[in-house]
Design a protein around this ligand. Structure first.
Ligand code: SAJ
Length: 415
């Protein structure tokens, strides 16, 4: 059987390679020629543990192209960004991918949408585009099958997580399940189209709201002079309480976006959007803390440790670090960034030494494991003032104190 995967990004590429490794003949399609060339020369367009081995093992079962070809199954895994100002989903890539399938769509083909979309998009937008082929739904099959893998553990989770498959009709659901069953070890649950679209959105909204709650606790604790980290640790000893970690805000291409998709067609969603607001405020709050630490220093320089949106990944999409850096620069601070994972970013990235040279305060924005190993005695030698603000609670306070650093952890309740 032949499968065409449209969109070779963080989800499309691993999915295509898992299918190729399961024996399908897979064509990966991307409108970005650079991605196609990179893959065909045996290289990867981004890092993800285990992906290289999969590409090597796929051999002839996988080729990358810029054009869609005839196939039995089409999987659409293109990005669905959010329009910055209106906060409305941008479905232009989904539209384009669906239109690319139209000329090659045949009877009994199965089209699967994986991209995150507002509930009802499959039926309202995608199926009508596919029907421009002259075929009617029923002549071809359609399913919505969201991905749940977490960047950094994508391949493990793609194989081991349970999956939800939303079929337009029973047969569509059954056929889509068969495709995923070739590599998924978790359970595959069949439901209808719209429910599957909705499920994806409420999963990420659940996480966003819970992170907002942790952040709100940090803000309250700070005012009360309480260490939120200790408080959360104790609260989590309750058998039915599991509070997440406060931090500098929520980034990534899903959690900060999906709550908007969920609410774009409804009159409800106040709680959901209030959580968005809390999380979006966190970079401002980080700056408020930095301002206090730099109060008496003229022409202060800030060193940002980590611009990736979370630990141990190279992804900077929607990273809260970007908002923090922009705000800090607008106040006249010089900002230097260090992130050993990231190679491309809106602002220049420095080596560790250059980033801390003549700096007045380090701000840990990302929980990369390597940051825990940094020697405060070493970086302290380069700095003008030895101060560190840790928004992730990952540095060892005693160790940094011993090296002469003033340490502030976000939410620790200390002035
Ligand atoms: N974060 C916190 N505190 C926490 C946990 C996370 O501040 O306790 C922050 C992270 O630093 C990051 C953001 O939240 O900035 C999101 O990170 P994440 O690790 O929670 O999630 P993502 O965006 O990498 O992946 C999520 C996952 N969804 C859920 O856990 C419900 C993943 O399973 C999805 O597949 C993915 O979104 C997606 O593509 O939808």
């Amino acid at each position: 059987k032949k499968i065409c995967v449209l969109g070779l990004g963080y989800i499309g590429l691993p999915t295509a390679l898992l299918l190729a490794n399961s024996g399908y003949s897979v064509t990966g399609v991307d409108i970005n020629e650079k991605v196609v060339k990179t893959l065909n020369s045996g290289e990867l367009p981004f890092k993800e543990p285990g992906l290289r081995e999969l590409l090597e093992n796929a051999g002839k079962n996988f080729t990358a192209k810029t054009q869609v070809e005839r196939a039995d199954v089409f999987i659409v895994a293109v990005p669905t960004p959010i329009e910055k100002f209106t906060k409305v989903s941008d479905l232009s890539y989904v539209r384009l991918a669906s239109e690319m399938i139209v000329p090659v769509l045949k009877q009994k083909n199965l089209v699967i949408l994986e991209s995150t979309v507002p509930p009802g998009t499959g039926e309202r937008l995608v199926i009508p585009i596919l029907e421009k082929s002259g075929l009617e739904i029923g002549d071809f099959y359609f399913a919505y099958c969201p991905e749940r893998a977490i960047p950094g553990r994508t391949l493990y989770e793609m194989v081991h997580n349970d999956r939800v498959v939303g079929g337009y009709d029973q047969l569509s659901g059954k056929l889509a399940k068969e495709v995923y069953a070739s590599f998924v070890k978790g359970e595959i649950h069949i439901t209808d189209l719209k429910t599957a679209e909705f499920v994806k959105l409420i999963e990420n909204t659940y996480r966003d709201v819970n992170i907002a709650l942790a952040n709100e606790f940090a803000l309250i604790a700070e005012e009360c002079g309480i260490d939120v980290w200790k408080a959360i640790e104790l609260a989590n000893r309750h058998p039915r309480v599991n509070i997440l970690n406060p931090g500098p805000g929520v980034g990534g291409h899903c959690i900060a976006i999906d709550p908007w998709f969920l609410t774009e067609h409804t009159t409800r969603g106040k709680l959901v959007l209030m959580a968005r607001d809390v999380n979006d405020y966190m970079p401002n709050y980080v700056l408020q803390n930095v301002r206090k630490m730099l109060e008496s220093i003229r022409d202060a320089t800030i060193t940002v440790f980590g611009v990736a949106y979370k630990g141990n990944v190279d992804d900077t999409r929607e990273t809260p670090a970007l908002k923090f850096i922009r705000l800090a620069k607008n106040e006249g601070y010089e900002v230097k960034c260090y992130d050993p994972y990231v190679s491309e970013f809106e602002f220049e990235l420095c080596s560790l030494e250059d980033a801390v040279r003549e700096s007045d305060c380090i701000v840990v924005m990302t929980d990369h494991s390597v940051f825990k190993e940094i020697d405060p005695n070493y970086v302290g030698k380069f700095m003008r003032h030895k101060q560190i603000l840790d928004t992730r609670n990952i540095v060892n306070r005693e160790k940094w104190n011993r090296a002469g650093f003033k340490v502030k952890v976000l939410g620790d309740g200390r002035k």
